[in-house]
Ligand binder design. Structure first.
Ligand SMILES: C[S@@+](CC[C@H](N)C(=O)[O-])C[C@H]1O[C@@H](n2cnc3c(N)ncnc32)[C@H](O)[C@@H]1O
Length: 299
């Protein structure tokens, strides 16, 4: 079978793929991978899954799909590889620096949080190893701490190892190159361990949780309570219908006037139907007048 390939979260158009695999093996691989990863991986685009399965097959030196299924089910190395590979994990500090400039202006203009003393709550959904969450934290620290405004960043990721690294807040010394000079006071350079560490007071405002951003308990925990949600470089890997459902769900978590920030090139089709307004490419605001009724319509 040959299935979707273009990285557009709103469309599942077919594209050419090098992999050829029968429906039966694809289903068996998806079942084995779902057990290994701990979520239903059929939410991901089939072309993404196939590319990853092909790569895993090469890396594990499996001669057949059947051997790969066996490795995912029965070998710790197979299970670990697929857990690391499927929910793609690349990130970095201040990734897409230009977007951070837009984000800074939006954060500064967040409606009336200062007066209400509510403080600012930011969710980094699919936070990976924490670089994105800490970049936002350094920005929040610069903007809000001098105003004595409370702020917190919550990072959620499905991958336990990534959450543990994020929690640790230590990175290779090389990562300093990604951090603009004006933010480098947010880190401590430790020559002894040839690494950098996030400043303790910044880390203290950041919480990292292992969890699935697609589950309903997100609504129980954060319903209408968030000022900002980042969902960067995740929706590109999702099937269009799944991405749509996630966008609807996330919109409900935002306070009116709150912001969703996507990765560069990612977008939400017909955003007004789910109570969102595009402010800039990749940035959406929850319409202050959009009640839950609009958003629930999309369920
Ligand atoms: C490409 S990384 C992006 C990391 C970060 N947002 C950034 O842009 O630097 C995607 C992250 O989303 C996580 N992820 C994928 N599906 C997830 C899910 N259902 N729930 C929570 N995290 C998920 C992956 O484990 C991975 O760390």
């Amino acid at each position: 079978m040959v299935v979707s390939g273009s990285f557009n979260p709103n469309c599942d158009e077919p594209n050419e793929l090098s992999a050829s695999i029968s429906d039966e093996y694809l289903t068996r691989l998806i079942d084995a991978a779902s057990i290994a990863v701990g979520i239903d991986v059929s939410i991901y685009r089939t072309d993404h899954l196939l590319r990853r399965f092909e790569k895993a097959k090469k890396r594990l030196k499996s001669k057949t799909w059947s051997e790969l299924i066996d490795a995912i089910k029965n070998d710790e190395s197979g299970r670990k590889l697929i857990t690391d590979m499927l929910p793609v994990g690349t990130g970095g500090f201040f990734r897409d620096l230009k977007q951070y400039e837009i984000f800074e202006s939006l954060l500064t203009a967040l409606p009336c949080r200062k007066e209400s003393q509510e403080g600012i709550r930011i969710l980094s959904a699919g936070c990976g190893t924490g670089e994105e969450a800490y970049s936002i934290a350094m920005l929040a620290d610069r903007l809000f701490t001098p105003l004595r405004l409370n702020w917190e960043v919550i990072g959620i990721d499905i991958n336990e190892d990534r959450i543990s690294q994020a929690d640790d807040g230590c990175y290779k010394a090389d990562a300093i190159k990604e951090i603009p000079g004006e933010f480098q006071n947010g880190i401590i350079v430790s020559t002894a361990r040839s690494n950098i560490a996030i400043r303790d007071d910044i880390r203290a405002n950041c919480t990292f949780i292992k969890g699935n951003i697609f589950l309903d308990d997100m609504v129980d925990n954060y319903n209408g309570a968030l000022d900002v949600i980042t969902l960067r470089y995740i929706s590109v890997y999702l099937k269009a219908k799944v991405a749509r459902k996630i966008f609807c769900g996330l919109a409900k978590l935002l306070k009116p006037g709150g912001i969703i920030w996507l990765g560069e090139g990612e977008y939400i089709e017909n955003c007004t139907q789910i109570g969102l307004r595009m402010i800039e490419p990749a940035f959406y605001e929850r319409d202050a007048n959009a009640g839950d009724s609009i958003i629930f319509l999309q369920k």
